[in-house]
Every structure is written in structure tokens, then in C-alpha cells.
Design a protein around this ligand. Structure first.
Ligand SMILES: [Mg+2]
Length: 191
């Protein structure tokens, strides 16, 4: 039997994008100083400095290569998962950031081969059994398509957190994935 496919998002799931982008925003623009808790959706135009732009906030050259790992457990948990599952990394990336993201992945998770690196904003078009993601639109679309989901709780998905299985640390993520996918197997058996 082929392995089940676990799809893992990059930004704010295995690394911290928004905190780093906020840091650069606040260095450039003294007022207002953004905080993570203010980011309650992806519409940032209303809260960042009037001169800030998508390009500045999300497109700073080198930004994606210097992002910090989500936590100390991230690498080990993803690595262990690759033994039991077909782990794919699925990231919505602006074209200019793709090489940076691939280099980040190679630096931290060289066990992910390039054929398992998917650049896709429309993640609902990618085949997988379970998605680990912080993006509310991705979690909702996956669930709609009948896929299992684990939501990384962040301020921008607060309003849907009550609807999803949450995990705010990678510690024990492998076990949680095992549990969800074996439960869904049993549900399948009963049909
Ligand atoms: Mg994300």
C-alpha cells in the first residue's frame, strides 16, 4: 500500500514568517509599531505604515532564507514523519522567493527531496490525506475536500480555531498525525 500523503505548509507552520516581516516593518517605520496580535487576517493594508507594501513586507530579498524554525521539535518531527508518510511541503510563494524557500528547506530539512517541494497557492488542487497549515483559507478548503487538517493556531486564524484540531508546537506532531490518520482509516473501515 502506498504511504499516506502528509502536506505541510512552510510560512508560519514550520518557520516564522510574519514575526520576521513585522520586525523589518518596525525597523523601517517607527510608527505604527506592528505586533503579532494585530494580524487578525491577511488584509494588512489597514494596519501597516501607509508607505509599506506587499513587496516590502513579503518580498524583501533574502527574507525567506533567514526565517527561524517554528520550534526546537520541528525538524525531528518532520523527519520522523518521512519514515511513515509521503511528506510533501506545499507553499504559496511569490516566484522571486521560490529559490530562497528551497534553500531554507535544504538547509534545515535536507531529507525533503525536491520532488516533494510543491509551490502552490491553490493547495486544494494538490492531492494529500492530511494538511498541516496556519492559513484559514487552506484549512477550510482542505476540510471541504474531505481531507484531515491540523491548524497551527495564530492570530489570523483565531475565528476558525474552534472548528479544527489545533497544535501550537511541533512536539508530538508525529503522534497526532498517526492518531488522526489511523482514526480516519477506521472510519473508512466502517463504511
Ligand atoms: Mg502559512
Amino acid at each position: 500500500m502506498s504511504k499516506k500523503i502528509v502536506a505541510i505548509d512552510m510560512d508560519d507552520t514550520i518557520c516564522h514568517l510574519i514575526p520576521k516581516a513585522i520586525q523589518y516593518h518596525n525597523l523601517q517605520y517607527k510608527n505604527p509599531q506592528l505586533t503579532l496580535d494585530q494580524i487578525t487576517d491577511y488584509n494588512l493594508n489597514e494596519i501597516w505604515h501607509p508607505e509599506c507594501s506587499e513587496e516590502f513586507f513579503f518580498g524583501k530579498p533574502g527574507l525567506y532564507e533567514e526565517l527561524e524554525l517554528f520550534d526546537e521539535y520541528t525538524i525531528d518531527e518532520v523527519h520522523r514523519m518521512t519514515h511513515d508518510y509521503d511528506v510533501i511541503v506545499v507553499t504559496a510563494a511569490r516566484p522571486s522567493s521560490v529559490p530562497e524557500k528551497w534553500r531554507w528547506l535544504q538547509m534545515h530539512m535536507p531529507f525533503i527531496p525536491f520532488e516533494n517541494f510543491f509551490v502552490a497557492k491553490r493547495k486544494d488542487l494538490v492531492e494529500f490525506d492530511l494538511l498541516i497549515d496556519d492559513g484559514p483559507h487552506n484549512a477550510i478548503a482542505a476540510r471541504k475536500a474531505g481531507k484531515q487538517t491540523i491548524l497551527i493556531p495564530r492570530p489570523w486564524n483565531a475565528r476558525i480555531q474552534h472548528e479544527f484540531i489545533l497544535k501550537d508546537s511541533w512536539k508530538g506532531m508525529h503522534e497526532l498525525v498517526d492518531q488522526i490518520l489511523s482514526d480516519s482509516n477506521h472510519q473508512g473501515d466502517m463504511k
